[in-house]
Write a protein that binds this ligand. Structure first.
Ligand SMILES: *[C@@H]1O[C@H](CO)[C@@H](O)[C@H](O)[C@H]1NC(C)=O
Ligand SMILES: *[C@@H]1O[C@H](CO)[C@@H](O)[C@H](O)[C@H]1NC(C)=O
Ligand SMILES: *[C@@H]1O[C@H](CO)[C@@H](O)[C@H](O)[C@H]1NC(C)=O
Length: 185
């Protein structure tokens, strides 16, 4: 009789622990899904590819040529130090720089991969946000990952939704960046 009670008691404790664990797992999953960004920035990225004679104006340059694989610049690597503005005017005062690179990486269509850091050095923001991801150009809007940050953006993480705002041939394009940070310290 005594033994049975102890067994029952143990079983009840185990059951309660399991219920608590499953409830908290569910709660954290839901809160991740419905979380609002703790910080949101909407910025514009301008890229002017160097043509060989416009050194004063260009902000990026091809450093590796495309290969002969496919007709979509496969392998072409561009390094950039691009101005970032708060509105979509190229000549607006930059609020940050985007420093990094992209390369084309699809054989049968245009597609690129980006990795860059937004460097802020203004009275409003000081610090960096590091971003990377696949630019699936066929999609109207694409998501990059915010993989980290420093300064005002210490240890941040989030998502950057990118849309092509304008594309004037290969030499100038502008991206709208909707930066949603989900970790702020
Ligand atoms: C770059 O590659 C293209 C296509 O393969 C070729 O036509 C062009 O001459 C190359 N440019 C240089 C600078 O090597
Ligand atoms: C940031 O801005 C300050 C003040 O304008 C300047 O002294 C400093 O050199 C800048 N730092 C960088 C990395 O541009
Ligand atoms: C700089 O490049 C942009 C984009 O191609 C162009 O609109 C602008 O006229 C150029 N400015 C100068 C001074 O060449």
């Amino acid at each position: 009789m005594m033994k049975l009670t102890v067994e029952k008691y143990r079983f009840m404790i185990l059951f309660i622990i399991l219920v608590i664990i499953s409830q908290s797992a569910l709660a954290s999953r839901n809160s991740m899904r419905h979380r609002e960004p703790c910080k949101r920035l909407q910025l514009y990225y301008h890229d002017i590819l160097f043509r060989g004679t416009d050194a004063a104006n260009a902000t990026s340059a091809k450093v590796a040529n495309q290969t002969a694989l496919g007709d979509f610049k496969f392998g072409m690597l561009v390094v950039f130090d691009d101005p970032i503005t708060a509105d979509n005017h190229l000549l607006s005062p930059p609020v940050a720089r985007a420093q990094g690179f992209y390369f084309y990486n699809k054989k049968d269509d245009y597609n690129a991969w980006f990795a860059y850091t937004l460097v802020f050095n203004s009275t409003q923001h000081k610090g960096t946000i590091s971003i990377m991801g696949a630019d699936l150009m066929a999609e109207e809007s694409r998501d990059f990952s915010v993989v980290g940050g420093t300064g005002d953006f210490f240890m941040t993480r989030g998502i950057v939704t990118i849309q092509t705002d304008t594309f004037e041939g290969a030499y100038y394009f502008r991206l709208k960046m909707d930066i949603k940070l989900f970790e702020c310290y």
